[in-house]
Design a protein around this ligand. Structure first.
Ligand code: ARG
Length: 458
């Protein structure tokens, strides 16, 4: 079927497979910024005459205005964004444009542009994650005293504070931010001046362009500089892990919004109706956040596989580095925004959560602990006695707190009336006051630490 395509002529097929402009046009601001730094340095070093540099700078600024106003007229013959800018520059200022490409190559140029883009992407993600954390902390504070079932194996295990549950996600997002910030520190070096692969004989000043572009220093090895895409991989790996966290939270919302749970009512703004079932309110946004994680992980995988086995230095395979990063960034940005909105606006049903927290003998551990502490039983024996009490309650179809003291004492004579103090979910949650535990005061302490970390005391 595609064989017929060859009738287009090999040159047209080559033009199409070779061109990256359809996607790398996203880099135009970074390309122009890097060129402005490069030409300023060339002038300062006396490699290009000051008047020529001025013409080039004016031309580049004009191109920026044109692109801003009208977008970019794509021409596959001009391959990529670098050639588009250069071609337009020569239309505007004539042959002087040709001096811009002195002492550089598209190889160090694209490495520089893409780093600038990824660095900006990292900053945007960090910012967005800060807003998500803020939303989580706000809801955690509001719900420090709201009791919900805590699960292991998705089986009711012990009651916990909803605020505690929210703060668990705050912690995950903190680690995500630290991964992005580590990656940003590591990548903040300028490859500009590595030229094609071996450096250049012109007396360039790489420290100068590095600092003009906000990089900490120039990269140290020209071969590595043009063949390194670790910064993009770091971004994708951090993005994958972050979207994995978002997808876990999204999954909780999907489960919690289901009728058997009824823990939350998702905001209208993040739900959709069904075309045939009028009663439905589907958690589409949460489901898509969950789904997007697959695509982001796929993008990460794509670049890993593209880079695997490439010999030094640049190979054209590396042009394929951009689409997965661009795609992952769009998906991640949307996912973070959607989760921030859902967290901020979701309606929690405290009564429903409490009702379910009270089922499943969720305070059985508290009872066993009480036997150890107050009735001085060895834990193993306490565990056994608790088992018998749970069976009895199960037989009567009631909760532990609904058994009478006589019923308790028939199982073990050492049990006395104080036991009823530990059987409620409130007592259970309040008792877990170890550092980082679910007691509401501990949750408020977490919230306070988080607010300090976020630099915004309330
Ligand atoms: N469009 C290319 C890319 O994105 C730019 C570098 C081209 N270099 C080369 N030697 N053909 O990778």
């Amino acid at each position: 079927m595609w064989g017929g395509r060859f009738a287009d002529g090999p040159s047209s097929i080559m033009r199409e497979i070779n061109a990256s402009i359809p996607f790398d046009k996203k880099l135009w601001r970074h390309d122009i910024r890097a060129s402005l730094a490069h030409v300023a340095m060339l002038a300062e070093q006396g490699i290009v005459e000051a008047e020529d540099a001025t013409q080039i700078i004016n031309g580049l600024n004009q191109i920026a205005q044109e692109y801003e106003a009208d977008g970019i007229a794509e021409n596959l013959d001009l391959e990529d964004i670098h050639m588009h800018v250069e071609a337009r520059l020569s239309e505007i200022i004539g042959p002087v444009a040709g001096r811009l490409h002195t002492a550089r190559s598209r190889n160090d140029q694209v490495a520089t542009d893409f780093r600038l883009w990824v660095r900006e992407a990292m900053d945007m993600v960090d910012d967005a994650l800060g807003s998500l954390q803020k939303a989580l902390v706000d809801r955690a504070e509001e719900h420090a005293d709201t009791i919900m079932p805590g699960f292991t194996h998705l089986q009711s295990a012990q009651p916990v504070s909803l605020g505690h549950h929210m703060m668990a996600y705050y912690e995950m997002i903190s680690r995500d931010r630290s991964r992005f910030s580590d990656a940003r520190k590591r990548m903040n070096e300028s490859p500009l001046g590595a030229a094609a692969l071996a450096g250049t004989g012109f007396p360039i000043n790489r420290e100068n362009t590095a600092s003009l572009l906000g990089f900490d220093e120039p990269t140290r090895n020209s071969l590595d500089s043009v063949s390194d895409r670790d910064f993009a991989l770091d971004y994708l790996m951090a993005a994958t892990q972050c979207s994995l966290h978002l997808s876990r939270l999204a999954e909780e919302f999907v489960i919690w919004a289901s009728q058997p749970f009824g823990f939350v009512k998702l905001p209208d703004s993040f739900s959709t109706g069904s075309s045939i079932m009028p009663q439905k309110r589907n958690p589409d946004a949460a489901e898509l956040v969950r789904g997007h994680c697959g695509r982001i992980a796929g993008a990460m995988n794509a670049l890993v596989i593209t880079m695997k086995g490439l010999p030094l230095a640049y190979s054209k395979d590396m042009q394929d580095d951009k689409p997965p990063v661009f795609e992952a960034h769009d998906l991640l940005g949307l996912s973070i925004a959607a989760m921030t909105g859902m967290v901020a606006e979701v309606e929690f049903s405290g009564s429903r959560m409490r009702a379910l927290a009270e089922t499943g003998f969720s305070t059985a551990t508290d009872f066993a602990d009480w036997l150890v502490r107050e009735a001085k039983l060895p834990f193993r024996e306490a565990h056994h006695v608790t088992g018998a009490v749970v069976s009895l309650a199960e037989e009567h179809g009631c909760g532990l707190a609904d058994l009478t003291l006589e019923q308790f004492q028939a199982i073990d004579g050492r049990i006395h009336a104080d036991v009823f103090n530990v059987l409620s979910v409130d007592a259970s949650v309040a008792s877990r006051s170890s550092y980082g535990g679910t007691a509401p005061d501990q949750v408020r302490a977490q919230v306070a630490r988080a607010r300090t970390a976020l630099g915004r005391e309330k």
